[in-house]
Structure formats: C-alpha cells, structure tokens
Design a protein around this ligand. Structure first.
Ligand code: FAD
Ligand code: NAP
Length: 331
C-alpha cells in the first residue's frame, strides 16, 4: 500500500491550510483496508477534504480514500440501483447519472468531495438530500475488522445529520443509490423555476441552472479557501421564534417536519449582526454568503477557529441562538 510520512495536507483540504500529518496511507482497494493494523493507533479518514478544518500538526494516521468503481446492481424500466465505491468524486457521480439519464441527484450538483462522505452529513442542497435516493451504506470497522451494511432507515438521517456523526472508527466503503428513469424534478427551491422560465426541464438544464446559481454565489475553493457552510442552519422552537419575531420582524424561517420547530437561515443572523464580508486576520466571512468562512491565504486554521468563536458569541448575544458547526474540526 502506498504511504507517506510527514506529509503536507495543504493540497488535500479545501480551506487550503498547511498541516503536517504524521503518516498518510492511500487506500486504493479493499485489500489495502484489510491490511491495516491500527489497534493502538489513532486514525482519521480523509475524502476530498471539503468539510474539515485541519490543525497545524496532526499526530494521527490519515487514511486517504481512493476507492473507485461504479456498478449497476439492478435495472428495471423505472429505476436503477447503483453501487458507488466511496472514493468516487461526488460531482463525477452527478455527471454520470445525468449522462445516463437517471434522476435523483441533479440538484446536488457542484457539491465538492467524495460520495463516501456524503451520507455522513446527509448532503443537501436546493430541496434535495442524499437520503431521498439512498438505499444503503457499507462500511468497515477497522479495529473490529468487520464490514457492516446499513439501510436508509438505519442511517437515522435528518437535517445535515446521520448515525455516522455518532459512531467512530469506521471507513465507508460504498454507497448504493436508487435513481429513477422517469422525470421527478424538484424545482420549488429558490430561483430554479424563475431561471427555467418557460423552457422544458431536462436533467442537463437543471444541472446547469443550479451550477450557474452556485457559481455566482459561492466562492470556488480553488480560488479562495473555504469548506462551504461553516455553521448549520439552527432549528429552534416555535416559542423561541415568536419571541424573536417581536424584535426581528423580518426574521426568515422555514417550517420543519416536526411542526413545533422551524429552521432559521444562519446566513441571515450573521448578516444582520453586521458580519457579512467581515475580515479577521487572513480569514473572513464571505461577501456573498455569510455562512461561508474563507481563508484568503497564508493564514493558520486557528484564525478560522477564532473567527468562528467571535461569530458564535455575537449571534448568541444578539439572538440567544447557539450556532452549531457543520465543518469537522480535526485535532
Ligand atoms: P471530507 O472533508 O474529506 O471529510 C468530512 C468528514 O467525513 C471527516 O470527518 C472525515 O473523517 C469523514 N469521512 C470522509 N470520508 C469518509 C469515509 N469514506 N468513511 C468514513 N469517514 C469519512 N455540503 C452540503 O451538504 N451541501 C452543499 O451544498 C455543500 N456545498 C459545498 C460547497 C463548497 C464550496 C464546499 C467547499 C463544501 C460544500 N459542502 C456542502 C460541504 C462538503 O462538500 C460535503 O460535506 C462533502 O460531503 C464532504 O466530502 P469530502 O469527501 O470532502 O469529506
Ligand atoms: P439560500 O438559497 O440563500 O437559502 C438560505 C438558507 O435558507 C438555506 O440554507 C436554506 O436551507 C434555507 N432555505 C431557502 N429556501 C428554502 C426553502 N424553500 N425551504 C427550506 N429552506 C430553505 O442558500 P444558499 O447559500 O444559496 O445555498 C443554496 C443551497 O445549497 C442550500 O440548500 C444550501 O444548504 C446548499 N449549500 C450548502 C453548503 C454547505 O456547505 N452545507 C454550501 C453551499 C450551499 P437549507 O440549507 O436547508 O437548504
């Protein structure tokens, strides 16, 4: 198996922070995984590095996921069941599905990273989450040397959450999706319908419309380091909402499946607190999307931690809401 010691992880994280890792193993096939002997060692799994904040030094073993392969397991007139090896790049999976004319993941276009990380936070965008078409997730518990397969219900998916945020030591090896062959577009979110106008929706067109919206609003990690939304959108009780609306009359909110709760856009809170575009040392709050913290270059990840703390304090003092971090902080 290929490995390196004292490896710089800067090219492997979308924040583009330098990080010296003790050791990195490149996992290219299942045999590489089975070979691992990590009984007394601490390790972390790395996908595309688009949802992590790295320390300056990482005294852990990094397992870089490079498992590849796409296999159709079942096909009928109406649907296909497809197993994706977990190291496949998510955007390649979207392009593959759109090319083959399979529906279900087109709204999730341009989300960086690997498909193996996608179930962990139940990736979502433009009204669709991966849970909507996910059949099962296979993972390997390295210390137990055992494979498990969880079906959709067992994954306990909810908003940016799943069972994989609660268990440890696992390496997701494949993700199986059920994609449909009949048109099943979700066009109700944001500006999709307006941009579509009177054109007939096709998979390619919807993918292009959403890609266009994203490119206009979100910073490209190849140009400015970032890890997408740094915080989750807080879910608060209706009671708390009523109190907040007394002072913040234009506070936006979205109803939740549980009618006692609503979701508040964290970007609105940060913007209203006057922090949109705010710069802190070599980092800052993005000028177009206040939920995205950015690294302008030559900074340390500690600066993002300090900035995040400053935002959290300000939001709590102003609105009484505790922001929860979406990005995974590696120590
Ligand atoms: P990594 O950052 O490598 O890892 C994330 C976490 O998962 C780490 O804790 C890691 O240890 C663990 N992990 C990764 N792979 C495995 C595995 N195979 N087995 C076990 N553990 C693993 N997210 C959304 O939900 N919606 C969006 O619209 C969205 N837009 C984004 C836009 C930008 C510009 C950026 C930079 C990020 C965005 N994200 C979005 C966040 C991110 O892309 C997703 O969370 C993505 O799924 C992370 O994939 P990754 O492979 O890069 O994971
Ligand atoms: P946006 O459209 O400006 O909306 C702001 C927030 O309000 C979103 O976070 C969204 O919650 C919520 N919202 C808007 N319309 C909604 C509706 N009809 N129903 C329920 N909730 C609604 O957001 P944006 O920043 O441009 O992002 C667009 C989409 O891409 C969002 O779905 C967002 O989650 C996703 N995205 C995610 C990341 C990440 O790193 N996680 C990064 C960039 C973009 P939801 O987040 O629940 O949709």
């Amino acid at each position: 198996m290929k490995f390196e010691t004292d490896s710089n992880l800067q090219p492997f994280n979308s924040f583009q922070f330098p990080c010296l890792a003790q050791q990195i193993y490149f996992i290219r096939n299942i045999e590489d995984l089975l070979e691992l002997e990590l009984h007394n060692k601490d390790y972390l799994v790395l996908g595309g590095g688009s949802n992590i904040l790295l320390p300056e030094y990482l005294s852990k073993i990094v397992l870089k996921n490079e498992l590849k392969g796409i296999q159709i397991l079942e096909e009928t007139e109406d649907y296909v069941i497809v197993q994706f090896a977990s190291g496949e790049i998510w955007q390649d999976c979207v392009e593959w599905a759109v090319e083959k004319h399979f529906f279900g993941i087109e709204n999730l276009t341009l989300i960086p990273g690997t498909i193996g990380a996608a179930p962990i936070q139940n990736i979502g965008a433009y009204g669709v989450e991966i849970k909507d078409c996910l059949l099962s997730v296979e993972f390997y518990q390295i210390k137990e040397r055992r494979f498990y397969n969880l079906n959709n219900l067992d994954c306990l998916f909810s908003y940016r959450d799943s069972i994989f945020k609660k268990i440890k030591g696992f390496f997701i090896t494949s993700v199986t999706l059920r994609l449909t062959k009949n048109s099943n577009f979700k066009l109700d979110y944001g500006d999709i319908k307006a941009e579509l106008g009177d054109r007939i929706p096709t998979l390619k067109l919807i993918k292009e419309i959403i890609s266009g919206i994203r490119k206009r609003k979100l910073p490209d990690p190849n140009e400015i380091g970032n890890a997408g939304s740094f915080f989750k959108n807080p879910i608060i009780s209706k009671e708390q909402l009523q109190n907040l609306l007394l002072r913040w009359k234009d506070l936006p909110f979205y109803l939740q499946p549980d009618p006692n709760f609503v979701k508040i856009p964290a970007a609105w809170l940060i913007e209203t607190a006057g922090l949109k575009g705010f710069q802190y040392k070599n980092c800052g709050v993005h000028k177009n999307q206040a939920l995205v913290l950015v690294h302008y270059g030559k900074g340390q990840s500690q600066e993002i931690e300090e900035l995040a703390q400053l935002i959290e304090e300000k939001i709590y003092n102003l609105f009484g809401i505790s922001l929860e971090r979406e990005v995974n902080i590696w120590k």
